[in-house]
Design a protein around this ligand. Structure first.
Ligand code: 5GP
Length: 289
């Protein structure tokens, strides 16, 4: 390595003044990022033509973003394989795209909310309400059970034959699937992925076994266990369900009892007192996470 260039006193003071000015520009930029005046994308654009901003450290940029901070910035950079000392101008195309995806509001991923609970607790009523009011995008499951009189293919469920369901499993088209009361139920993967990538909050109304599988594969999912106001209430709801045969009702009751006991791995528990209440609470949970 050669000796550093000999600077005249004048050159040295000009360089120091320039460095000071650069620091001031970077710190003013950070303030604008903190206040939300500049987005990550704005800073990337500025960095293309302004080398002072281009020389800003990526870690400083991320840490200045509202709600991020140093620890999360470090974790994000590690995950995206960005060196801790990298400056904006040194970012590769893919790294820039990954960072934009992570932070741009229109492209940030939606939340995956899993609503589960014992059969008969009223999950499907909540899901129907949410579907009607467009509160979340509600996934349509595939099932091998027979449609009930009021149900339409593609609305409440996709009604598949056993062979069709086997195909869905073989092609890895299901995000999760489970046996329930003599039939199989599963969540089609593609529409859920598309919804989340488009920034939509997605609701799955599924049984407890399916919720467990989602937790394993998508730990960021918000798992909500819906409880009946009381056990007696649940029994009477299942008794009133005229669409089931007596054997099916007994099976469902037995299962519901086991399911109530197995709720410990859920992130939240909500009592199904009133549909509007539950929907409101689900909304708060989605925005709080
Ligand atoms: P039902 O036959 O009464 O519509 O639903 C029976 C059970 O299957 C309910 O507990 C419902 O939440 C669950 N279920 C519906 N769709 C799915 C799914 O895609 N996956 C899983 N694992 N369970 C589901």
């Amino acid at each position: 390595m050669g000796a550093p260039p000999q600077l005249t006193a004048h050159e040295r003071s000009a360089a120091l003044a320039k460095a000071k000015e650069s620091r001031q520009i970077r710190s003013a930029t950070k303030i604008k990022i903190k206040s939300g005046e500049l987005s990550l994308s704005d800073v990337f654009t500025l960095a293309e033509s302004d080398s002072v901003i281009g020389k800003m450290r990526v870690s400083d940029l991320l840490a200045a973003l509202s709600g991020v901070g140093k620890i999360r910035a470090t974790a994000i950079m590690e995950r995206l394989n960005i060196s801790p000392t990298r400056r904006i101008q040194g970012l590769g195309k893919h790294q820039m795209r990954a960072l934009r995806n992570e932070f741009s509001p229109s492209q940030s991923r939606g939340k995956l909310i899993v609503l589960s609970g014992p059969g008969g607790v009223g999950k499907s009523t909540i899901a129907a309400y949410i579907r009607k009011h467009g509160t979340f995008w509600v996934s349509v499951s595939s099932t091998t059970r027979q449609p009930r009189a009021t149900e339409k293919d593609g609305v409440e469920y996709y009604f598949l034959t056993n062979e069709e369901f086997d195909q869905e499993i073989a092609k890895n088209h299901l995000l999760e699937w489970a046996h329930f009361a003599g039939a199989r139920y599963g969540t089609p993967r593609e529409p859920v992925e598309q919804g989340l990538s488009a920034g939509k909050n997605v609701l799955l109304e599924i049984d407890i076994e399916g919720a467990k599988q989602i937790k394993e594969h998508a730990p960021e999912a918000i798992l909500v266990f819906l409880e009946p106001p009381s056990w007696e209430e649940l029994v009477s709801r299942l008794e009133r369900r005229a669409t089931d045969s007596p054997e099916r009702r007994a099976e469902r009751l037995q299962l519901a009892q086991e399911e109530l006991a197995a709720a410990s791995f859920f992130d939240h528990r909500l009592v199904n007192d009133q549909v509007e209440n539950v929907v409101q609470k689900l909304l708060s949970l989605a925005s709080a996470h």
